[in-house]
Design a protein around this ligand. Structure first.
Ligand code: ADP
Ligand code: MG
Length: 244
């Protein structure tokens, strides 16, 4: 059954039409990626799904229940939790205190501070360390842990790998299967196309707010993805994503 269904979503910033007629479905047990260049509308889409920015048209359902008009804090209760771009930890709080903030309004489920520290074993030693002193990768791990503690049905991660060293990115992606196996589906936004293709069951390519290419990674050629990502014109003169 479809866990998260987004249908015909339009999202504006004032006059700017940032997301256009966007649809996506995530089933339980799946990892879905949204890729696209800077400014494509990825964060706007994630914020609209998480409830921090109201769409102008379209619908969002979770397990068939319409959450389109539900405020963000209720959407967390409904099972949608966002790790925002740039992590946004409470810098004056310790690692453990940051994790604890995720327990507020948490649903019942397998994730708690202990389970997160099992997923990221280094956190136990640094539980009382100020989160501002952590590396970028460690901060991303705390942000993911904090979101997991809410026991979401689906975890939204905006720019999982941005600003992280390649080895750290690899470690992060290596943990996604554990998260999915715990019963939490993942919707990840990426600028790192290779990582997204390796990790996702389905990928959507966003260009200027439109879904210009989507499918299973194995069915999409690298050339088509690059065209969709950059909005390039192919050798045959066809422009991808511009509706020509
Ligand atoms: N708060 C905002 N107010 C006005 N315009 C915004 C705001 N946030 C994003 N935008 C614009 O919306 C478009 C999509 O931005 P964004 O969703 O952040 O893209 P991405 O995450 O793919 O880089 C861009 O043109 C950006 O300048
Ligand atoms: Mg963004």
């Amino acid at each position: 059954m479809t866990l998260l269904e987004v249908q015909g979503l339009d999202v504006h910033h004032g006059q700017l039409h940032a997301v256009r007629d966007f649809s996506l479905a995530v089933d339980a047990g799946q990892t879905v990626a949204v890729i696209g260049a800077n400014g494509a509308g990825k964060s706007t889409l994630m914020r609209a799904i998480a409830g921090s920015h109201s769409p102008t048209r379209g619908s969002i359902t979770i397990n068939g229940a319409d959450v389109t008009r539900m405020p963000a804090h209720q959407r967390m209760r409904a099972g949608i939790c966002l790790v925002p771009e740039g992590r946004r930890l409470f810098k004056s709080l310790t690692v453990e205190e940051n994790l604890d903030t995720g327990a507020y309004r948490a649903a019942a489920g397998p994730w708690n501070v202990d389970a997160v520290m099992e997923l990221f074993p280094w956190m136990r030693e640094r539980a009382n360390q100020n989160s501002a002193s952590l590396s970028g990768g460690q901060q991303q791990a705390v942000a993911i842990g904090r979101a997991l503690i809410g026991n979401p049905k689906i975890l939204l991660i905006d720019e999982l790998s941005l600003g992280l060293a390649p080895a750290v990115v690899k470690q992060m992606y290596a943990l996604l299967p554990d998260i999915v196996a715990s019963g939490t589906a993942v919707l990840v936004v990426e600028q790192d196309v290779s990582q997204a293709l390796a990790a996702a069951d389905t990928v959507h390519c966003l260009l200027e707010g439109r879904d210009v290419l989507s499918g299973k990674p194995a069915d999409l050629s690298r050339a088509r993805i690059e065209q969709a990502y950059f909005g390039l014109t192919s050798a045959s003169g066809q422009t991808v994503g511009k509706g020509h």
